[in-house]
Design a protein around this ligand. Structure first.
Ligand code: CAO
Length: 427
């Protein structure tokens, strides 16, 4: 047998006017025991009104904005008779039940232990207390992992945060997550180092700060792969030494880097996807018909990347002269923005310093970067015997959205061939 149960506002401690903030049910809804039916609020407290029975809502008597007081009828619920306390004649089947309340604030009110809503309230941290939201909304937010304090203003009365606001907040964060990848990653907490010893704080240079921001952005946005290999530059080195031997005082010396630029451009001409950028929406590949090579230059203020424009049209001597001028300007802090714009692919050479291998970060929107470390004499098997050969380590990092592994390996193979036998650059 079913019975009709009246759910009324219970005694909340001598409060004459209680505001109805939110009504979470409508006629026909199936509710379960302790499900929140409405949120009420007094000057001092916010409370959820849970259902005391399971059943179907027959009628709802309140709406948001109403003022209610103890005994006001909230709703009627059709429930199985065994759930209800029958207080009137069996014919009428009207049952009067007062709903228990989960009261939050003031904190002196004792909360019964078993209600889920109440547990959520008891666990609430200080940020939750500051937020203007009912316990049920807070519980809902907690279930979704949302910190209600982060929801700026709710759409309810007096900027109260409603369930809808939590949903909208989640949608917004999800949408932002797709566009700005990496948003919301936990930051590294500040640490007080003073207990461990003396420290000194130095302001980062503007270049370092900007480079840091850019590198972090690239790191978070690009799926990068670094491919390592080495090129035999024994013959190239002999040729370079003979060229330098011809130089007179005041001439710019030729370093291996100039040949690397030339070999790289030749490989880019055969693999156009290395001389490209992804469109911002990730839908198209923009192929470049010019060959501008950026060179990472170490300066006292940080790393800068002057660009050698139209490197395909310039001789080894012209490139050497231009790099000498631009790296000097870079170290004196005199590079103009135009000197650093328009690059197609960057070389980061640590060769003069040392190293065996490293994983340079792509200078996006470029799609690849070539790392170079110190060349070393090594025994190389020529089929009959080990031969001393000068081997140059190369590290190619590429944006895997644009370049796949096989293409990366083929590009490197061609680059190695070009460096091992620079006559190929004439072809
Ligand atoms: N293997 C062995 N020797 C090398 C070499 C290599 N791969 N690369 C350069 N060298 C030698 C040069 O031949 C030169 O030798 P000599 O003095 O006997 O002629 C010496 O090392 C110094 O070369 P260099 O660094 O002055 O000249 P470069 O053309 O090779 O490089 C530049 C120019 C501007 C790239 C370099 O000066 C520079 O700033 N490098 C640092 C780049 C950097 O910090 N990159 C950042 C990495 S993190 O992304």
């Amino acid at each position: 047998m079913t019975v009709l149960i009246e759910i009324k506002v219970p005694d909340v401690g001598n409060v004459a006017e209680i505001d109805v903030v939110e009504v979470l049910i409508q006629a026909g809804d199936v509710v379960v025991l302790e499900q929140t039916l409405a949120t009420l609020e007094t000057d001092k407290a916010s409370m959820d009104l849970p259902s005391s029975v399971s059943g179907t809502i027959q009628q709802v008597y309140i709406k948001p904005g109403d003022k209610v007081s103890e005994g006001t009828l909230i709703a009627t619920v059709l429930a199985n008779a065994d759930q209800a306390i029958v207080t009137e004649a069996p014919e009428a089947v009207v049952v009067k039940v007062e709903a228990p309340v989960a009261v939050k604030l003031p904190e002196t009110i004792n909360l019964p232990a078993k209600s889920v809503t109440e547990v959520a309230v008891m666990e609430a941290d200080t940020t939750l207390r500051k937020a203007h939201a009912s316990p049920s909304v807070r519980l809902f937010a907690r279930e979704l992992g949302v910190d209600v304090a982060k929801i700026k203003a709710g759409s309810g009365r007096k900027a109260r945060i409603l369930k809808e606001d939590v949903k909208k907040f989640v949608k917004k964060v999800m949408a932002e997550g797709v566009v700005a990848t990496g948003a919301g990653i936990p930051s590294i907490p500040a640490v007080d180092f003073t207990p461990y010893g003396e420290t000194e704080t130095l302001k980062l240079s503007k270049i370092k700060r900007l480079t840091g921001q850019n590198l972090s952005r690239v790191w978070l946005n690009l799926p990068m792969v670094t491919y390592h290999d080495e090129a035999d530059i024994t013959d190239l080195e002999a040729f370079r030494n003979s060229l330098n031997a011809e130089k007179v005082k005041g001439d710019i010396k030729i370093t291996g880097l100039m040949f690397i630029i030339k070999a790289l451009v030749a490989a880019m001409q055969q693999f156009p996807s290395f001389n490209a950028s992804l469109s911002a929406d990730g839908e198209n590949l923009i192929l470049k018909k010019y060959f501008n090579i950026g060179i990472a230059v170490d300066t006292p203020n940080g790393l800068v990347v002057p660009v050698l424009r139209n490197a395909n049209t310039k001789s080894i001597n012209e490139l050497a002269l231009e790099l000498a001028e631009k790296s000097e300007k870079a170290r004196l802090g005199k590079l103009m923005p135009a000197d650093m714009q328009g690059g197609c692919l960057t070389i980061s050479s640590l060769g003069g310093i040392g190293g065996m291998a490293f994983t340079p970060i792509v200078n996006a929107p470029e799609v690849a970067i070539l790392g170079v470390t110190r060349a070393k004499m090594q025994p190389v098997w020529n089929g009959k015997e080990f031969e001393p050969r000068l081997m140059l380590p190369l590290d190619l990092t590429y944006d895997h959205r644009v370049i796949d592994g096989a293409e990366g390996a083929k590009f490197m193979a061609l680059l190695k061939q070009n460096l091992s036998d620079i006559r190929r650059l004439l072809l």
